[in-house]
Write a protein that binds this ligand. Structure first.
Ligand code: TYD
Ligand code: MG
Length: 457
């Protein structure tokens, strides 16, 4: 028997080296090399077609391609369909990634149970008893949902071929191993080989596969970026496991838009779709408290209203604390510096805490104005009326920058009962619609004067 040669493979980018090295020469990752068995030449490229393979496949002029509409399956969940671009495309490979415990298995199993198609759910992580216990919590029942606990790729593809399901779920891709590769499951060679084989199988059989993938602490899909290149759709499931809200975001979609998000709430009986998220993200109370400001933001392509809570108090110790939940702390520090420098608001000796209600993480810079409003409201202990909201990015000079999709932000705010929205200055923003008045200003000083007029002097 030929002697097995080992090589060292970077688990981040796939770069190989004959010796172990501490820092990858290709992607710069530290301590990412792992010893793997070098793939045998004779069994590595069996699936690559040779020159004379497809005799019935010819190039066509682009306008002569028959336009058969794609027949998508509904996933059974409106919010999941939304991020998929309208449903699951036959023969597609969908990767759903997320941190452990976020609810990936629950989401996919719930989707499998709420449709009537034949689904094969393959778990390499849980026994079939565990899956059936989970299914008991979820009310929907699909008699056509078959469950298999297996990690061997060859056995899995054999079973798929034998049972001919309409959708296959693999939970998770990191647990699979192929007999043709000698490395252990979870290594880059195994993940790449298994995903490639599944891709070829999916394309030839037209059976769609949903792959579940873990992500590492720094938020990337464990092991390979390569996986993202192979699959058709990459969805990320995010949220804070301490909170109930979960967001599915599409990072890549060959069959739809990548700017969609789906919002769910984790309940005792599985995930519940949140069709009107603004309603959930704003607290119910009608009482006005200082330190609260409402922002109209865009996540994906959806406008949302979120509540920013701030607490400004005198620092008990020498170094004031700055901490934020759901908002970038560096951006918070920048906004505090702007307040101090452009505004004369003495914040250097104050502790500042920011929290976005509902546990969602916001990346839209239009949140800036509400963060500042909440800080000032807490600092001066003056409540902002609950029917006022903000949308605008703040620059280092304290000027308000133009933000896109003003109309959507304004109409979402009006829909949620807001009477006033503060926006960056623009001639177009002077519109006063039937239900909401839009006040547009050039900088935060002007907004501040408007809201806390006379009250602080
Ligand atoms: P799980 O789907 O196992 O997460 P992942 O596959 O991403 O690792 O579920 C994670 C959590 O969800 C788990 O801690 C229990 C909770 N959960 C509920 O709150 N309600 C439910 O109905 C189910 C099935 C799970
Ligand atoms: Mg799981």
């Amino acid at each position: 028997m030929a002697k097995l040669k080992t090589i060292y493979v970077c688990q981040d980018c796939g770069y190989t080296s004959p010796k172990w090295i501490g820092k990858c020469n290709s992607c710069g990752a530290w301590n990412s090399f792992q010893e793997e068995v070098e793939p045998q030449k004779d069994n590595s490229r069996k699936l690559v077609s040779s020159i004379d393979a497809p005799k019935n496949n010819f190039p066509l002029p682009i306008d002569e391609i028959p336009k058969n509409s794609i027949d998508r399956f509904h996933s059974g969940l409106v919010e999941f369909d939304r991020v998929l671009g309208g449903g699951i495309v036959p023969g597609s490979l969908i990767l759903l990634s997320g941190e452990p415990g976020i609810g990936k298995s629950t989401l996919v199993l719930q989707s499998a149970l709420s449709i009537s198609q034949k689904v094969l759910y393959i778990s390499g992580e849980e026994s079939i008893q565990q899956i059936s216990l989970r299914a008991e919590r979820i009310k929907d029942k699909n008699k056509n949902c078959l469950v298999l606990s297996e990690t061997n790729l060859e056995t899995i593809l054999h079973q798929v071929n034998f049972t001919q399901p309409q959708i296959v779920v693999i939970d998770s891709i990191q647990t699979l191993f192929s007999e043709r590769i000698d490395s252990i499951p979870g290594t880059i060679s195994q993940i790449r080989e298994c995903t490639n084989a599944i891709m070829q199988f999916a394309k030839s059989s037209q059976i769609p596969f949903i792959l579940i993938g873990h992500i590492t602490k720094d938020g990337t899909i464990a092991g390979p970026k390569i996986l993202e290149h192979i699959v058709d759709v990459v969805l990320q499931f995010e949220g804070d496991s301490k909170y109930l809200y979960r967001i599915v975001r599409s990072l890549k979609n060959r069959f739809g838009s990548t700017s969609e998000i789906g919002i769910f709430e984790m309940t005792g009986i599985g995930l519940k779709e949140v069709l009107n998220p603004s309603e959930f993200l704003l607290s119910d109370s009608d009482e006005e408290h200082s330190g609260i400001a409402i922002a109209s933001i865009i996540e994906g392509i959806r406008p949302l209203l979120v509540e920013v809570q701030a607490l400004v108090s005198t620092a008990a110790y020498g170094t004031p604390q700055r901490s934020s939940n759901g908002f970038d702390t560096r951006r918070l520090n920048m906004l505090l510096a702007v307040l101090e420098k452009r505004f004369g608001f003495k914040i250097a000796t104050k502790d500042v805490f920011i929290n976005i209600a509902g546990g969602i993480k916001v990346s839209d810079p239009a949140l800036d104005m509400a963060v500042i409003a909440a800080i000032l409201s807490s600092g001066f202990d003056i409540a902002i009326p609950r029917n006022v909201c903000f949308s605008g990015e703040v620059s280092l000079t304290g000027e308000l920058k133009f933000i896109p999709k003003i109309e959507q932000r304004t109409s979402e705010a009006a829909k949620m009962g807001m009477k006033t929205i503060y926006l960056p200055y623009s001639k177009k923003n002077e519109i006063v619609s039937n239900n909401i008045s839009c006040i547009s200003k050039r900088n935060i000083q002007l907004i501040f004067k408007d809201i806390f007029q006379n009250k602080n002097t």
